[in-house]
Write a protein that binds this ligand. Structure first.
Ligand code: ZN
Length: 442
């Protein structure tokens, strides 16, 4: 069979290649070569450096801005960001689980998950990592979309989280393990099911806390975390840990987790472990902060979030702790990425760009830093930096075209002019916007 080859030229644009240390390319040209529907960057530079081949399709971008596709390192596909409902909150975990396992429940959930994945892509998120979804449905959705020939975002899927009995996400998005060997068995099941990473809940969380201070309570023991990390690393998988207290961070890092999700204040030992972590897969660990859920659950009235007073109070503790941890990480040069926790109330899959804004507003990051965390840094943390994360020859043509310069104003991410995934242009749509949510997060 003959290969189908086609070259497209994106001309007359300002290119932010995402390498951070490089300057913006003005009057830029980017050539994308599509082979059998998969586009890679062939070359890029200013118009004096890159010639436009004959017979190629030309897109005149009229002086607009091109940035690498966003990467969201922390989402859950099961929810779309709509606030919790009164009925939903009343259902027991067992009732929920039973429904999700039923054929109707499975169908509805998986359709919703596909919709959420596409909502992310249309908003310029070309890659994300699902870090805790029920019953391996995230893997099924990923495979169905791929096998159906649908152009979707790249998904790295963790399957269900591993927690202790009664721990964070228990029976909803997490499966229980209560000893090092049970943990190893869970990891082996995950590897068998084809997960791309392992996600654990080593401490408690806000949404299922019942006492003040419980959100960051250490749940998995050091031995349990270390066993999971060892088993996952033997299979070459990274371990991400939901972790919301200083003690939790210390235990998880000592035991070898590769990413701390959310975070909390850090002491010297924690800072050192992030930078040099002998038990991690790659010798260092990274922080994936998620400002959106912390800010929204602590600043939107419980009338709308449906959190109870204890959860609301815990939300504020976690928000302050996470913010401190983020600032320390930036000051100390710890590897930092970006995640949203999409699926939490008011955190949608299409508002990933707002997390960049929150890192700036609450965490003191610069626009350029936030863009870097969401692109190059995330690609390195997730281990996909050879394929995506920056615009360089040989990498996949995953990028977003914006009306304005995001280094000056991140708001231009709200309505991308064009999203390109693997060289394919994703049609523009606003159909995923949830007006109920927008009222609160603007
Ligand atoms: Zn999460």
């Amino acid at each position: 069979m003959n290969e189908q080859k086609e070259v497209c030229a994106f001309i007359n644009c300002n290119i932010i290649d995402g390498r951070f240390e490089s300057n913006m390319i003005n009057e830029g040209v980017m050539l994308v070569e599509n082979v059998d529907g998969i586009g890679k960057i062939k070359s890029l530079g200013n118009k004096m450096e890159v010639g436009i081949p004959k017979d190629c399709k030309v897109f005149d971008l009229k002086n607009k801005y091109v940035v690498p596709g966003l990467i969201d390192a922390h989402v859950h596909l099961f929810g779309d960001g709509n606030p919790f409902t009164e009925e939903g909150v009343k259902r027991t975990p067992d009732e929920n689980l039973e429904f999700m396992k039923s054929s109707l429940g499975k169908y509805l959930l998986e359709e919703n998950m596909k919709k959420n994945a596409m909502a992310a892509l249309h908003a310029g998120v070309t890659t994300f990592r699902s870090v805790g979804d029920p019953l391996y449905y995230d893997i099924e959705v990923k495979n169905e979309m791929k096998n159906g020939g649908q152009i979707g975002p790249d998904m790295l899927c963790a399957g269900p989280m591993i927690c202790i009995t009664g721990g964070h996400g228990y029976k909803l998005v997490s499966e229980a393990s209560d000893s090092p060997w049970e943990g190893r068995k869970k990891v082996r099941e995950h590897v068998y099911k084809g997960t791309d990473l392992i996600k654990i809940a080593s401490t408690g969380g806000v949404t299922d806390s019942r006492k003040i201070g419980e959100a960051g309570r250490v749940q998995m023991t050091y031995d349990e975390i270390a066993a999971v990390c060892d088993e996952a690393h033997r299979a070459g998988l990274l371990v991400a840990s939901h972790c919301q207290s200083t003690r939790g961070l210390k235990e998880a890092l000592r035991a070898g987790v590769d990413t701390i999700e959310h975070g909390a204040s850090m002491d010297d030992e924690i800072i050192e472990l992030f930078k040099h972590n002998p038990k991690s897969l790659r010798g260092y660990s990274a922080l994936i902060p998620t400002f959106a859920p912390a800010i929204y659950t602590s600043e939107i009235s419980t009338e709308y979030t449906k959190l109870d007073d204890v959860q609301f109070a815990n939300g504020r503790i976690i928000r302050d702790e996470m913010t401190k941890g983020f600032k320390t990480a930036i000051d100390e040069g710890i590897k930092v990425g970006l995640g949203t926790d999409a699926a939490m109330p008011f955190v949608t899959h299409y508002n990933t760009w707002r997390e960049l804004q929150l890192q700036v507003k609450y965490g003191g990051a610069l626009n350029a830093q936030a863009i870097y965390f969401a692109t190059k840094s995330n690609s390195e943390i997730l281990g996909i930096d050879k394929e995506v994360g920056t615009l360089e020859p040989g990498k996949f043509a995953d990028f977003v075209i914006l009306d304005g310069n995001p280094l000056e104003d991140l708001n231009c991410f709200e309505k991308p002019l064009m999203v390109v995934k693997r060289g394919n242009i994703i049609d523009n749509t606003r159909e995923y916007i949830i007006p109920e949510v927008e009222k609160f997060v603007k």
